[in-house]
Design a protein around this ligand. Structure first.
Ligand code: BYC
Ligand code: FE
Ligand code: FE
Length: 482
């Protein structure tokens, strides 16, 4: 089967997992489908279900040409089940089962642990769609509007990806979990989404771009870790999801990059030299760099929480059980079992932040988070180059990992962005300098005006360098319903 990369579109649910011959799973998915569409219509992009959107749809899992672009109404998007091709003779890359043949069925003893990982992963996907559902109304261009919708339909597909695993491999429990995934709601007091950052609001486009840069990047790292799973169907699913994920991070990085570009250009044109002169900068109809830094502080710290505790027995158990691996596990040169190695972790020791060697197994979350931080930093370096090229004197920095945390070692203390421990009084005094204040939010909101003319952009964001699918600058990415 490993050579089959094209997708079967003859069933209602496009797939490359031979659903026509897997009637039971096909039926379970078909029964789940109406509930999904209901969810999409009520919780998906508000006000644009009838619009024609220039979207890419996966038609193959061949990395060289997996997508095609066309105008489509979002509710008619062909959400499908797409797994990366099976690797002949794949061996489990890490943990206690290192070197054994990858599992094609759920290993009995790990059923509950595996289901929990799949459910958590699945829960984040629809949550992000819910968080982003109002952004179309304030899109700074048709190009950007199309991008948020593309991200949304693909997050919807990621939900399908996890629901397939649940329906095919977890029987009745799996079907119940699949139902629950459509019941929870981002930010709901009674039935919230499972992880912290997915219950926060995404009120404006600066938040959206920060979210896709920082939080979708957590998605990338978690998917990389699950792509190393000994449970082969999960690994294959995650490997294909990662190809889609790359676009989400592109949207975030270029979205912020274009915002920075526009701000710096406007400052130069107007002869405003001091990035800290917020009043003058804001008067230009652009977002001042210190406010962008504050949004960055917020989204980075919320996303760090998604890695769980620095020292975690859950993580150790999942790695040890070979259910997840490290980032690029197969490229690491060590025993891949981590039974006796250590890993340095920042901890709170006697009221000070100290580096402590912990057993590498319990520090699995920390290691993934460090790889994440390095990946984020590379993006910041590229943003700083944009600033440098314009001659404005400012640099973005990632805040310290102890800053503004709700999970793990630092959840009970307060620290400044540079990592100095502070008391409650100084936190309250300074926090509006470190995190977006109410006034910052209102200012950003005041710039959020919908721009519908093809090729035109809101005052606060520069046009992209190239169009999607190489389309020209004035391409009509979204045709609104008449
Ligand atoms: N919020 O041992 P601990 C994505 C809970 S994003 C609330 O410290 P563990 C996407 C935890 O559940 C990627 N609760 O951590 C992005 C546990 O509860 P129980 C999503 C939290 O378990 C953008 C307890 O605290 N995928 O794809 O090693 C758009 C102690 O946990 C949080 C995954 O996360 C939190 N932040 O690690 C769309 C992959 N953190 O069991 C999509 C699957 C921890 O004591 N998940 N808790 O009741 C995992 O691998 C792990 O569950 C986590 C947590 C990394 C999330
Ligand atoms: Fe996703
Ligand atoms: Fe994503």
């Amino acid at each position: 089967m490993s050579d089959i990369v094209n997708v079967d579109y003859s069933t209602r649910i496009p797939n490359n997992v031979n659903l026509t011959e897997d009637r039971q799973v096909l039926r379970a998915l078909e029964r789940w489908h109406p509930g999904y569409i209901d969810w999409w219509m009520t919780m998906g992009p508000a006000g644009f279900q009838e619009a024609l959107v220039y979207l890419r749809t996966a038609v193959s899992v061949d990395p060289k040409g997996w997508a095609k672009f066309d105008y489509i109404k979002m509710p008619q998007y062909r959400w499908g089940i797409l797994l990366a091709p099976q690797e002949e003779g794949r061996k489990i890359p890490s943990g206690r089962h290192y070197g054994e043949p990858a599992w094609q069925e759920v290993p009995g003893g790990y059923r509950a642990m595996l289901r929990r990982l799949v459910v958590i992963q699945g829960d984040t996907e629809p949550a992000s769609v819910e968080q982003q559902r109002h952004l179309g109304k304030t899109a700074p261009s048709l190009y950007d509007m199309r991008n948020v919708f593309q991200v949304n339909v693909e997050e919807g597909r990621h939900l399908w990806a996890m629901v397939y695993i649940l329906q095919k491999y977890f029987g009745r429990d799996g079907r119940e979990e699949a139902e629950q995934l459509l019941q929870r709601r981002s930010g709901d007091a009674d039935k919230p989404r499972m992880l912290g950052a997915f219950n926060e609001a995404t009120p404006d486009w600066l938040s959206f771009h920060m979210f896709t840069f920082f939080t979708d990047r957590d998605g990338k790292m978690q998917l990389e870790s699950l792509a190393q799973s000994g449970f082969d169907p999960l690994s294959r699913t995650c490997r294909f999801m990662l190809t889609e994920e790359a676009h989400h991070m592109f949207v975030g990085e270029t979205g912020i990059g274009r915002t920075i570009q526009r701000t710096c250009e406007a400052m130069k044109e107007a002869g405003v030299d001091d990035p800290g002169d917020i009043i003058k900068v804001r008067d230009l109809g652009v977002i001042d760099l210190p406010t962008i830094q504050k949004k960055l502080n917020l989204h980075y710290s919320l996303s760090l929480d998604l890695f769980g505790s620095e020292v975690s027995t859950n993580a150790a158990n999942a790695f040890n059980a070979s259910l997840k691996g490290r980032f690029q596990e197969t490229k690491i040169q060590d025993d891949h079992r981590l039974e006796s190695s250590t890993y340095p972790v920042l901890k709170l020791v006697g009221g000070e932040i100290k580096r402590v060697d912990e057993p590498a197994l319990t520090a699995i979350n920390m290691r993934l988070r460090d790889d994440y931080t390095a990946d984020c930093q590379r993006g910041l370096d590229r943003w700083n180059k944009i600033i440098d090229r314009t001659g404005v004197n400012f640099r973005f920095q990632l805040p310290h990992v102890a800053f503004h945390r709700q999970i793990g070692e630092f959840k009970d203390i307060k620290a400044s962005p540079s990592g100095a421990l502070v008391d409650d009084a100084s936190w309250n005094k300074e926090k509006d300098k470190w995190l977006p204040s109410k006034g910052d939010g209102e200012f950003v909101q005041s710039l959020m005006r919908q721009v519908l003319e093809p090729g035109k952009f809101a005052s606060w964001i520069a046009p992209p360098r190239v169009g999607i699918d190489n389309k020209p600058g004035d391409f009509e990415y979204v045709k609104l319903a008449a």
